[in-house]
Design a protein around this ligand. Structure first.
Ligand code: ZN
Length: 138
């Protein structure tokens, strides 16, 4: 069967990382699916769903390395068209991707102890984010 639910979160702006593992695990519990997959998807082109060890060092390191690889700049093609200052946000979000899939076993997410599901805000201002969790299996 398939079960789907939406999670909403508020972000504080560029580089804000949120641990959403608890909310995703709750959706999996509600689904009653014992074996399958949970697909987690950020609606929008400047937010990321991914995986990390959620601790303060990496919370800082990941946005910092993304800003080194794809720094804020007014030179991006996106800027020429839109002038909204978030060309780097789109590029960072595209590289890391908007979704992540986790296996489910015995009715729970299969994750390492130091492996959390995160949302990373790449946009330059605070956003209300909708995250769709689709649980498939039996
Ligand atoms: Zn833009």
């Amino acid at each position: 069967m398939t079960f789907q639910e939406r999670i909403t979160i508020s972000t504080t702006g560029h580089g804000d990382m949120a641990d959403i593992t608890t909310q995703v695990a709750q959706v999996v519990r509600e689904s009653n699916i014992q074996t399958g997959i949970a697909h987690v998807f950020n609606v929008g082109s400047t937010g990321v769903i991914g995986m990390i060890e959620y601790e303060p060092g990496l919370q800082r390191d990941l946005p910092e390395i993304l800003d080194k690889l794809m720094p804020p700049s007014r030179q991006y093609g996106h800027e020429q068209a839109w002038h909204d200052g978030n060309g780097h946000s789109h590029l960072q979000a595209s590289i890391l991707g908007p979704d992540f899939t986790v296996p489910i076993g015995e009715g729970a997410l299969i994750l390492g102890t130091w492996q959390q599901i995160i949302h990373l805000e790449c946009d330059v201002r605070p956003r209300e984010r909708t995250i769709v969790v689709t649980v498939m299996g039996e």
